[in-house]
Design a protein. Sequence first.
Length: 94
Amino acid sequence: MPRICFVTCERWPAISASDRLAQRALEARGATVQGRAWNQPEADFRGFDAVVLRSNWDYHYDLAGFREWLVRLERGRSQVWNPPELVRWNLSKR
């Protein structure tokens, strides 16, 4: 059974209403979906078959911390579905 993580944030830790639609569709196909806040210190993203950035909406309050979190994901060999190099490129809105 695939384990999927929808990345959230401490300000809004629950899976959003719109993402619950995707959650239900995935779970109907046998997956389990959990929400985890990227900036929750004890959050562990290892062991998921997919880590999907969804509602990590407060990253701009701590860009350095968010960049460090992306590096930890890569070092932990997490299966990040949003390519970290593209996410880093997209952090600047200039």
